[in-house]
Design a protein around this ligand. Structure first.
Ligand SMILES: Cc1cc2nc3c(=O)[nH]c(=O)nc-3n(C[C@H](O)[C@H](O)[C@H](O)COP(=O)(O)O)c2cc1C
Length: 144
């Protein structure tokens, strides 16, 4: 399967999750392309069997680094997506908003989602729970 992981990450917490999922998908024999949303044109999104979008909650919404990318995607009707997100507050705001945007507006089909609440040295990219790698590997194995 061809997978495209499209992400934004200000402090690196989300990028760490992307790296684990990338590695695990490749271990399963899938082809993976990792794209930084801030350096990419949504109109040139590559063809893939599964799109994985990853972005944090920011200002009670989707992180600016990926929000514009998602909003400007071309028609993606029926294409499969999975979501990853991190957030400091209790609710996974960005995850829910990305889900809504891609499902309702872009008519994509959700496969799975995972989120982590960060704490501690978040600005150093060290806010993830200690078992995040295993959680992500398990998530990939069970869902993707
Ligand atoms: C400008 C800014 C606004 C934020 N707003 C929220 C928010 O509204 N809700 C929330 O749960 N976390 C918020 N956060 C925390 C981030 O979601 C959290 O630090 C996340 O792990 C950052 O991911 P990253 O390291 O991939 O950039 C905010 C962080 C920043 C920098």
């Amino acid at each position: 399967m061809k997978c495209a992981i499209i992400y934004s990450s200000r402090y690196g917490n989300g990028k760490k999750c992307v790296d684990v999922v990338n590695e695990q998908l490749k271990k399963k024999g899938h082809q993976v392309q990792v794209i930084n949303a801030q350096e990419a044109d949504p109109k040139k999104i590559p063809e893939a069997d599964l799109y994985i979008f990853s972005g944090a909650s920011e200002a009670f919404g989707i992180a600016a680094g990926i929000k514009g990318y998602l909003k400007n995607l071309p028609s993606m009707e029926g294409k499969k997506f999975a979501l990853m997100s991190t957030h400091r507050m209790k609710k996974a705001i960005a995850l829910n908003k990305m889900d809504k945007l891609l499902t309702s507006k872009k008519k994509m089909a959700k496969v799975a989602a995972i989120d982590f609440r960060v704490e501690g040295e978040v600005e150093q990219g060290k806010g993830l729970p200690s078992d995040y790698k295993n959680s992500l590997r398990e998530w990939v194995e069970k869902n993707l």
